[in-house]
Ligand binder design. Sequence first.
Ligand code: AMP
Ligand code: MG
Length: 357
Amino acid sequence: MLFSLFFNRIIFLLHSITNRRVKLKWVLPVIFCLVLCGCNVQEVNRTDTGMGTILHIRLYGQGECGRISEEIPDQIRRMETEEISWRYETSLIGQLNAGRTVTGISKELYDALATCKTLAADSQGAFDITVGALSRLWNIDAYSGENNIEYLVPTKAQLSEAMETCGYQNLFLEDGSARLEEGGQMDLGAIGKGMALDRIRSFLEKQGNAVSGGVISLGGSILTWGCKQGNSPWEIGIVNPFDTTDYVGVLSLSGAWCVSTSGDYERYVEADGVRYHHILDPRTGYPADSGVRSVTVLSKSGLLSDALSTACFVLGIEDGMELAKRYNAEILFVDSDGKLVLSEGIKAYFRLWNSKE
Ligand code: AMP
Ligand code: MG
């Protein structure tokens, strides 16, 4: 009914402008083009869970955004349960951890594992996806956020035992197959969210023009896509580690980017007045203590942004800055005094956030 009123009005307007009879066959395509040209841009928001954290999806586009936003959580869940989570015995990582040789690994996962090995070597072992035994011993994920718990800090003997099983050299990759040295345990917690963002980006690329813009956040990792309505860039807030309800600054990004933050405020436990967080230094066995509270990495690759934010958190400012440069990534550190240290390239996207503005 409304549409027919609108339609009649258009015919009437065109009729008065041209002062001649408007043929129906021209009017329909005109309306169709008007609709396509943005009169009908839709905004879809969806919240779900994935990879043990909160997933937020915001998409702008034509009529298919609803369907697309529904498929994203399913894709993440499949990746988690079938491929990368050690919590599922049947996932590829679950099988590797059980000592099996896994063949026919997808190129995407095989390449990701190979990149992680290289990054482990480049970071002198500060980043290492074979930290599974150590991260399970600390088990910070399970206790983080719980009040009134009695957390038992692992003993030095327990830590030494777990550290013996760590070592990226114990992961063998050959012709699409992978194997771990006996006792080795992988944990892809440092890269899973970034890998998921890469997969979502490929999925969005396959949707043609259906999505004109979007932002997808999965815990500390965020994918931007296209632009907001009105062609304005996405504004990604960087959490203030000293007050997690506030931001230290904002990154303004247009197009496809990945931003990952690793921070000691994300998951931690407290015991005897000491805070133990979830980013471990595989060389000491303890939570990394490199003088930084958070590290944010900007890259075109989700895998790299996620892997580098963890690696550079462990390395600290000087070595972390070097490593990020080597991988063409931009980086921002918040040190333990609250000082911000930025790579040259990130400055073009960054502005300080004043919460009183
Ligand atoms: P992220 O929050 O991306 O920095 O990842 C932290 C998660 O990665 C932890 O919860 C562990 O599962 C895993 N992890 C901890 N320390 C390391 C490390 N040094 N190298 C690789 N993975 C780690
Ligand atoms: Mg990470």
